[in-house]
Write a protein that binds this ligand. Sequence first.
Ligand SMILES: Cc1cc2nc3c(=O)[nH]c(=O)nc-3n(C[C@H](O)[C@H](O)[C@H](O)COP(=O)(O)O)c2cc1C
Length: 607
Amino acid sequence: MKRSFYFLFIVFLLILSACSNSEATGEHQPPEANTPSDKDHSSLSNEILVAYFSCTQTTEKIASYIKEKTGGTQYQIRPKVPYTEEDLKYYTNGRADQEQADSSSRPEITGSISGFEKYKTIFLGYPIWHGQAPKIIYTFLESYDFSNKRVIPFCTSHSSGIGSSDTNLHPLAPNAEWIGGKRFARDASKENVSDWIDTLNIKIETEKENMQFYFMIGNTRLAATLENNAATDALKEKLKSGPITIQMSDYGGFEKVGSLGFDLPASHEQMTTQPCEFVLYQQSQLVIFYGSNHWSYTRLGKITGVTPAELKAILGSGSTTITLGMSSVSSFDLDSGVNGRAPTIMLNSGYEMPILGIGTYSLHGDTCVQSVLSALESGVRLIDTAYMYGNEAQVGQAIRKSEIPREEIFVITKIYPGEQYSNPKKAIQEALDKLNIGYIDMMLLHHPGANDVQAYKAIEDFVKQGKIHSIGLSNWYIDEIDDFISKVNIKPALVQNEIHPYYQEKMVVPYMHSLGIVMQAWYPFGGRGYTREMLSDKALVAIANEHNVTTAQVILRWHLQRGVVAIPGSSNPDHIKENISVFDFELTDTEMNAIATLDRNEKHDWY
Ligand SMILES: Cc1cc2nc3c(=O)[nH]c(=O)nc-3n(C[C@H](O)[C@H](O)[C@H](O)COP(=O)(O)O)c2cc1C
């Protein structure tokens, strides 16, 4: 009933005022531009902008549903010269037809958005005009800086799909993170819109999740997971302005306690704490347990990656200085790197991993030994191998031969679907034996396949025994990750996927970051058969000339500046040295934008 009324209402509008501009007729409510929503704000409300252009209120209706659902701010993009009914009659060579046919047309916009910088996520709505977004949307995108903003297009149309109308907008804001757009029919319901937004929710919350909480005790950095409550929200807010150092001392033979120096909102309850947990006592006391106690506390979180005995040893006895901090898995401290020594990133497992390494995919026999030795001599400390590469023994041999302290080197290997996932314990032990370097820093599942959960859980058992430090996945994408994580106990610390300038994974990278997972690129130069083309790409060569570096160095620096770890493969000592020498130059925003536009969504290998 409601729906049919709505339909009649829309038809009525179409007949009476169809393509007249609401501003001109005065029929339309003034837009709520520039004023925050007066709804009960969610924590996201200030970050979301719902910008739209609409002549006959179809797109506006969808925009209002999005605003209602997200608590965002609604903003109508209004043309300086309103569109009359005549202007909008299509296939008449009227004004709209002419603008759409003219690639340089940029209809002027009246008014502007105040405080545009504060919006992180921008829903951008428009009607389809001749298969594309109206040119005023182009004007809009060219009027603001969309760097580091997430843009989610939506459109309405008579019958056309969204087609290329959204992707054709990407070059106008190349440094934005573009999410695939969605077309709605004229009669789309609030539920349709709400269901769509639900599929985006996690991406909207990216910033909330990608920070890793840690403790620094002496030289040891321990990762921790935080509870979801008002006390941890307040703690995170405090830590945004930098780490906090506190003095802690032993109490009761089961805990370390110290004052944070400020109050947190407590919600105490009686509980029995477990070793490695940390809680709030009273309003301002931080308590870390290496034993257990029954008392009234507010849970804050849990230290991960260490056994209770290890934690006790790290905490030491008596007075201990402890620093609490937050670090991001999506941005690296590139200033701390020097050529020949890459900085590290802290994984959610609590271990530090260098952000640049060597891949050994096609290296065999003595070539592999020599290449890894050469890499180690050049300062590379991250080495990636796999059962499938058939060279774990040679990688191990080179590491032992180098005589570099084992703990300075980070080794990744992988087990493979099929026989290895069916009998994972044997496969993992085989990797340990072949490498013969004591422990493995990180073991990955090579790609999804039958029994992958079982294989992952077997790796978890080896983590418990201290034989493997961290676990990750390779060739895992958005569709598979949530379901997988829900079935395992230890969250993956790393996802290693094909990523390069022609296949940038613009959705997968921020998605994994939002889960606290570090991203790593295999085929960072495009992969075999494509590297030559990529290294001679005109845009990349021009940037390389500007900095007096090689194209390969530009590509590696691009990976690192967008928060992706890279593992280029090479057996050439000069290239290996060159690849670890990307810390004496920096790509500008314009250069990063230019590389962002090279994306062709072109995958060069099959998984
Ligand atoms: C100039 C012009 C061109 C259009 N081209 C198309 C089109 O290619 N495909 C389509 O399905 N609808 C087309 N439409 C219809 C609109 O996309 C549709 O009515 C839309 O929902 C109107 O949105 P609005 O009410 O927010 O202005 C066109 C409308 C106009 C005015």
